[in-house]
Write a protein that binds this ligand. Structure first.
Ligand SMILES: O=C(O)c1ccccc1NCC(=O)[C@H](O)[C@H](O)COP(=O)(O)O
Length: 211
């Protein structure tokens, strides 16, 4: 069995959190972004956070949230990680890392080598770079895969993870091609936008662990 980290994003109920934890997820994502079909109010995110077992890290996802607001959100939700999904600069990320008292991850949209090179601006400013499809109608959770061959021969200078259109069917190949130490999925374990499917969560975790 591999030691790969697995993040299941956009969970909304304690049952889903328990299913992800039992299936071997290392991280669960709670989305706070009003336009998302996975949106949770901060009150609901704080309540759901209490259902997260100690062995699993809760990740709070936000988009261009002002520092003071994000600090208050973290006091309410107590995430282990904040994942930034907007246009936050490396300077903003580094400042947040200083004040939030938890890990800060930056989601970086990449569709070509130039975008992957540009994302390296965040090295040293964040705890992890999460490569995802570039923002479209939503900043994330779009079910769009990125070109895994971009990572071939790429020398990573910081901890990183792979997101974007991952499913139980393709995650094994994605891990083999890219060597990703963490994989993240949302749409790929849903039966409709925002509706998580527990069987798909189990199948995704199994496929990632078996890769
Ligand atoms: O999932 C959302 O709706 C979302 C909304 C706003 C910002 C970020 C969001 N999700 C970010 C994630 O970490 C997703 O897991 C990641 O983008 C991969 O999504 P998918 O391609 O659907 O697996």
């Amino acid at each position: 069995m591999s030691g790969i980290a697995i993040k299941i994003c956009g969970l909304k109920t304690p049952e889903q959190v328990r299913a992800a934890a039992d299936a071997g997820a290392s991280h669960v994502g709670l989305v706070h972004f009003a336009r998302s079909p996975r949106h949770l109010s901060l009150e609901d995110a704080a309540r759901l956070r209490q259902a997260v077992p100690d062995a699993v890290k809760p990740v709070l996802l936000v988009v261009d949230m002002p520092q003071d607001e994000l600090r208050r959100a973290c006091e309410a939700v107590r995430p282990d990680v904040v994942q930034l999904h907007g246009k936050e600069t490396p300077e903003t990320c580094a400042a947040l890392r200083d004040v939030l008292g938890c890990e800060v991850w930056k989601a970086c949209g990449v569709k070509d080598r130039a975008m992957l090179d540009d994302a390296q601006r965040y090295v040293g400013a964040v705890d992890m770079l999460l490569y995802d499809a570039p923002a479209g109608k939503l900043p994330g959770g779009q079910g769009l895969a990125i070109d895994w061959s971009l990572f071939s021969g790429f020398k990573h200078k910081a901890p990183w993870g792979l997101a974007g259109g991952l499913t139980a069917q393709n995650v094994g190949e994605a891990i083999r091609q890219t060597g990703a130490p963490l994989v993240d999925t949302s749409s790929g374990v849903e039966s409709a936008p925002g509706l998580k499917d527990i069987e798909k969560i189990r199948a995704f975790c199994r496929a990632a662990r078996d890769a």
